[in-house]
Design a protein around this ligand. Structure first.
Ligand code: NAD
Length: 257
């Protein structure tokens, strides 16, 4: 019960890493709000976690939309009276649309920036005041391998993940005094729908270059990222602020042989 009595919002918790995070948070005693744009996935996650005894509420949310995020925060306050953990996990990878800058359509660029980056701005802008009122807490942002190395062919995605790391650092400096720690998890090679669509199912993707050189010799599981998120959300990480932590099995520090 490392998160007992904590109220946590997890964006994009209908599936993948976010869903595993919601499951782990519930096991540790948190009250979890699933902020998910996919209604069916959100309802399904809520039902599954409630059946397991979790205090969980699905709030249909498009994290890239200001009104939707403001109503998420209002609903959180109404339901649970406060907020202690904001886990910014939702993102998209627009396979075949994202690409190198000279090939990238302006609307693809705008869409990826809205969903992956503007969403973090909005959730923090409207969520942090509630966290301050609740006595402080933890923000967990989500980067990527693209935050820490040059990943070709997805420059919109890469731009958002680099900015997420930079924003994590400046927010850690800004909000530390108010009792809010801001950290960032950079996953890579985690077995989810995003990785399937962006890489594994793509005949043009060089899996040898990327995943097969993973020092651990396998993909990661969403639950392995969720354990790190629990730690960063809990008081066990009380002196960790502004950290960028890779959850990638060492893939991004492996020299190319
Ligand atoms: N899987 C990996 O190996 C990997 C690697 C690097 C980074 N990441 C990052 O980890 C996070 C989770 O990735 P995943 O693999 O679980 O992805 P996923 O595609 O399986 O899940 C993402 C979830 O976010 C939701 N979502 C998308 N747009 C949304 C919006 N506007 N508002 C609310 N919810 C929205 C989706 O509906 C989905 O449920 C993402 O930030 C991703 O960039 C994952």
């Amino acid at each position: 019960m490392r998160l007992k009595s904590k109220v946590a919002i997890i964006t994009g918790a209908g599936r993948g890493i976010g869903l595993a995070g919601a499951q782990a948070f519930v096991r540790e005693g948190a009250k979890v709000i699933i902020a998910e744009v996919d209604e069916a996935a959100g309802r399904n996650a809520e039902a599954t976690l409630r059946a397991a005894g979790g205090d969980v509420t699905f709030v249909p949310t498009d994290c890239s939309d200001s009104a939707s995020v403001q109503s998420l925060m209002a609903r959180t306050e109404e339901l649970y009276g406060g907020l202690h953990v904001l886990y910014n996990n939702a993102s998209v990878f627009l396979n075949k649309l994202d690409g190198q800058v000279t090939d990238l359509a302006e609307d693809t660029w705008a869409k990826v920036l809205a969903i992956n980056l503007h969403s973090i701005f909005l959730c923090c802008k409207y969520g942090i005041p509630l966290m301050v009122k609740s006595g402080g807490g933890a923000v967990i942002n989500t980067g990527s391998s693209a935050s820490v190395m040059g990943v070709p062919g997805c420059d919109a995605y890469t731009a958002t993940k680099g900015a997420t790391v930079a924003l994590t650092r400046s927010m850690a400096v800004e909000y530390g005094k108010q009792g809010i720690r801001v950290n960032c998890i950079c996953p890579a090679g985690i077995a989810t729908e995003m990785v399937k669509a962006s890489s594994l199912d793509d005949p043009d993707f060089d899996a040898d270059y990327f995943f097969k050189r993973a020092p651990l010799g396998r993909l990661g599981e969403p639950e392995e990222v969720a354990k790190l998120a629990v730690f960063l959300a809990s008081d066990e990480s009380s002196y960790i602020n502004g950290s960028i932590i890779r959850a990638d099995g060492g893939t991004t520090v492996t020299p190319i042989s």
